[in-house]
Ligand binder design. Structure first.
Ligand code: PLP
Length: 273
């Protein structure tokens, strides 16, 4: 495996990040996970826009998106696999032991791992912890992801693959690494960005293609929704067949199946929509 580390490709065994990197020591960094299909990054422009927005939110200098594109191209070329997940990490760079950034400038790392196609449906759990819809990091894709790691581990313990968070007002928000859609009386809804969810790239594409409405929803809507599905770069559109062990009958239902079909058709046509 060849990885891009600060300006060049290295073998994974030789790719080193300093123990003083701010992304590691205090989570002062941002990242993107990009899907590589048929040797091409999907929706790369949108990912680079969000990387830049996240970096600005942390007060990091704007990433050089030409360099990031070059790094992505080099890593994809050096690691030919049919379906892969590529991780772009951009951090505060080296710093002394305090919490201030050093002068060495930001760090850019690009790595790639093989990926597998997810099943069409999955089980999810809900967690008692909340997403803060008004925090400094709300809506930013930062390397401070440990809360998601903890919630996802809880899901795995219970035979599920995703955990859904409410926000502090008890409204439906998002999963650890996905956005959520629900069908009520035949209409498709997804929580608005004001719920505190990440502006998912798959969410925006699917909402645009299906005409889903942004609706502020209580978390317990999950108990009465006719259909529920998740969206993310690695899941595409994935039906939910159980919430907290309770079956969602008929998953994937007709609205979900249509969203899956539309996504597969449109995404295959245009790798950078
Ligand atoms: N919400 C969170 C917290 C995420 O980490 C992700 C994944 O990146 C998503 C939602 C889905 O976003 P996308 O569709 O851009 O992968």
């Amino acid at each position: 495996m060849r990885i891009w580390v600060d300006g060049g490709l290295r073998d994974a065994d030789d790719a080193r990040v300093s123990v003083l990197d701010h992304g590691l020591t205090v989570g002062d960094g941002v990242f993107e996970t990009v899907k590589i299909t048929r040797g091409h990054p999907f929706a790369l422009t949108r990912h680079l826009d969000r990387l830049t927005r996240s970096a600005r939110g942390l007060g990091l200098p704007d990433p050089d998106t030409d360099e990031v594109r070059r790094a992505v191209g080099a890593v994809v070329e050096a690691n030919p696999v049919p379906l892969a997940r590529l991780r772009i990490t951009y951090t505060g760079g080296l710093s002394p032991l305090g919490s201030d950034r050093g002068d060495a400038g930001p760090g850019l790392y690009v790595a790639l791992g093989e990926s597998v196609r997810r099943p069409d449906s999955t089980a999810v759990i809900t967690v008692p912890w909340t997403r803060n819809e008004r925090g400094a990091l709300t809506g930013l894709k930062t390397t401070s992801y440990a809360e998601n790691v903890v919630a996802l581990a809880r899901a795995h313990e219970r035979g599920a693959t995703e955990a859904l968070f409410p926000n502090t007002a008890g409204r439906l928000c998002e999963g650890t690494g996905s956005n959520v859609f629900v069908v009520l009386d035949g209409e498709l809804h997804t929580p608005p960005l004001s719920s505190g969810c990440l502006a998912g790239i798959t969410r925006a594409l699917v909402a645009g293609w299906t005409g889903a409405r942004e609706t502020d929803l209580p978390q317990d809507v999950l108990e009465r929704a006719d259909e529920i599905f998740l969206t993310s770069t690695l899941r595409d559109v994935q039906a939910v067949h159980a919430v907290d062990g309770r079956a969602v009958p008929g998953a994937p239902g007709p609205v979900t199946a249509k969203a899956m079909r539309i996504f597969d058709e449109r995404a295959a046509d245009d790798l950078d929509p």
